[in-house]
Design a protein around this ligand. Structure first.
Ligand SMILES: O=C(O)[C@@H](CO)OP(=O)(O)O
Ligand SMILES: [Mn+2]
Ligand SMILES: [Mn+2]
Length: 584
């Protein structure tokens, strides 16, 4: 596209909608629509703002799909997630996502003929193949069946010594399910051993405490993993991985997400699988955000985020390339989806013309979600398209806590920064992600999630507060919509996938499911539910409303919608807009 020059980026004018409106694009993370019962935290919480969209302007509120094929996932049983959700929101089209691409590369066997596999194969004669990743069938970051196929395939391709370093999940799947997954993996290892492959589990730990941090929030998480996986050092040592997970889960408050790191040792107490010179490493997650930090530690010669102590010379490949801009990692088994010509890039190109010298796109969230509205939004691309046009600002998240103890997170700080950006007049699009419903929903703490939903709603809402500034009481706009009202702008409020609207596992008829001991099964994961989208604000031209001829609309339809609201028609291959303008 770039080679075709500037004209190729030019968007046609919308026949009815004007340019120059300030647009607040708000993504409520993990905010779906589900039946209103006591396990629906959004329903239980006081959420007057989000409720009012639905009740007061039904023609400007609707539901859109956020899971399965609507976001490029292999099946309708695949829940949505932030990566695929924000990809679709930003790209305006549905791309076959990592999960699907890995499925087909494994099914066709093409994965074994690719450059990445040839690269790691160099270790097979004299070295060990290490596989590091999330062990579950959640399908958000990785899938157990893909790991199983890869193990089998690698052995058939000549790998003689294999070590698996796993992270337990409990976030995309039920807490406690780790034991079953580790038992399955143990069985696979033993099958491989019967075939003459020296295969063992070498280390483990909970995904949120070991390895799978993101957006450089807390490097200690990656270091704990490095120590166990590479150096073979961890506070806990076990002879078997099943025993490790069972034992560590006995600790009060222990859960799969936060298990401490451990290594598996042999009869003399030596770790069975530290990573050494000449070995190969594959990080088998297909999703990028929580593997990028480890990828940097494994690949970068001048890495300085923590002391690696020993840096083995390895053949490293990612399941996918995690960052197209950084080309990280340089070797990978499956090519990632090529998410190009995203709406952000189009808007930057068109903004030069219309709003020269102005800044387009002010994007923010706190660290744990920062990359969602930048990296994922822009098609898994780090950095801006045009530094003069975009400003990406980040509020540091609290580190080292689970968010049920701090359900407010930084929502109000995010909202206030967004407000300031709106009022500054320097930006045309202000994009924010409010993480509360999702991050607190993942803790499985229902009470805290109710608070989280209330706070997210507050961060959006019109709330004026008066300050006595001398003789007159000044009224300052407090939050996002209030600021939009003040500047005559437009708001688009939506979500990337469900989470907080359903906190229990349900049977086919939708009733909460109990486990064998009669206990409610808490759902920490995302859901298959649709999400709301609402548009409004004084800048929205009269007669603008949702069309009713796009009943199957999903997140990918939002980009064309927002382009319209900026006064443009989306490119032909974008999913259709959700809105129409009717003459009154
Ligand atoms: O925390 C994460 O990594 C995922 C769940 O695995 O959530 P989200 O897609 O909302 O980022
Ligand atoms: Mn999300
Ligand atoms: Mn989530």
């Amino acid at each position: 596209m770039g080679s075709k020059g500037q004209n190729a980026w030019k968007l046609a004018d919308h026949p009815k909608l004007p340019k120059g409106k300030t647009i607040a694009m708000v993504v409520l993370d993990g905010w779906g629509e589900a039946r209103p019962d006591e396990y629906n935290c959004i329903h239980v919480a006081d959420t007057p703002t989000m409720d009012s969209f639905k009740t007061t302007a039904p023609e400007k509120w609707r539901l859109i799909k956020a899971h399965g094929s609507a976001v490029g996932l292999p099946s309708e049983d695949d829940m949505g997630n932030s990566e695929v959700g924000h990809n679709a929101l930003g790209a305006g089209r549905i791309f076959a996502q990592g999960a699907k691409l890995v499925d087909s590369a494994l099914a066709s066997g093409k994965i074994y003929g690719g450059e990445g596999f040839k690269y790691i194969k160099q270790s097979f004669d004299n070295g060990t193949l290490h596989l590091i990743g999330l062990l579950s069938d959640g399908g958000v970051h990785s899938r157990l069946d893909q790991l199983q196929l890869l193990l089998k395939g690698a052995a058939e391709q000549g790998a003689k010594r294999i070590r698996v370093h796993f992270l337990t999940d409990g976030r995309d799947v039920l807490d406690g399910s780790s034991v079953g997954f580790v038992e399955t993996l143990e069985k696979d290892m033993s099958n491989l051993r019967e075939k003459g492959v020296d295969a063992q589990i070498a280390s483990g730990g909970g995904r949120m405490y070991v390895t799978m941090d993101r957006y450089e929030n807390d490097w200690n998480v990656v270091k704990r993993g490095w120590d166990a996986q590479v150096l073979g050092e961890a506070p806990y040592k076990f002879r078997s991985a099943v025993e490790a997970v069972k034992k560590l889960r006995e600790e009060p408050k222990a859960n799969d997400q936060y298990l401490p790191p451990f290594v598996i040792v042999d009869e003399s107490g030596n770790p069975v699988g530290p990573i050494k010179d000449g070995d190969a490493v594959v990080t088998f997650n297909f999703r990028a955000d929580r593997m990028t930090m480890l990828a940097k530690a494994l690949e970068y010669a001048d890495f300085d985020k923590f002391d690696r102590v020993r840096v083995p010379k390895i053949y490293y490949a990612g399941m996918l390339q995690y960052d197209g801009e950084l080309k990280l990692p340089s070797q990978y088994l499956v090519s990632p989806p090529e998410i190009e010509r995203t709406s952000g890039e189009y808007l930057v190109h068109n903004g030069v013309r219309t709003f020269a010298c102005r800044t387009l796109g002010y994007l923010r969230s706190e660290t744990v979600k920062f990359g969602h509205v930048t990296f994922f939004w822009n098609g898994n691309r780090s950095g801006c398209f045009n530094e003069k046009m975009e400003e990406y600002v980040e509020i540091p998240s609290d580190v080292g806590i689970t968010f049920n103890v701090q359900p407010k997170m930084k929502a109000l700080e995010i909202a206030e920064k967004a407000r300031d950006a709106i009022l500054s007049g320097k930006f045309d699009q202000i994009r924010v992600n409010l993480p509360n419903g999702d991050m607190v929903g993942h803790t499985g703490d229902i009470e805290a999630t109710v608070v989280a939903c209330k706070v997210a709603d507050e961060a959006v809402k019109v709330l004026r507060f008066a300050v006595d500034c001398g003789r007159v009481a000044c009224v300052f706009p407090r939050t996002i919509i209030d600021a939009i009202e003040q500047v005559g702008g437009i708001y688009v409020i939506t979500a990337d996938h469900g989470n907080a609207e359903d906190m229990v596992k349900r049977d086919k008829s939708g009733e909460p499911q109990l486990d064998k001991s009669g206990k409610l099964q808490i759902l920490t994961s995302h859901t298959l539910k649709p999400v709301p989208i609402a548009i409004g604000g004084p800048g929205l031209k009269a007669g603008t409303r949702f069309r009713n001829d796009v009943p199957t609309g999903g997140l990918a339809n939002v980009a064309a919608t927002v382009m319209n609201l900026h006064g443009f028609i989306a490119p032909d291959d974008y999913e259709p807009t959700l809105i129409e303008v009717v003459d009154n």
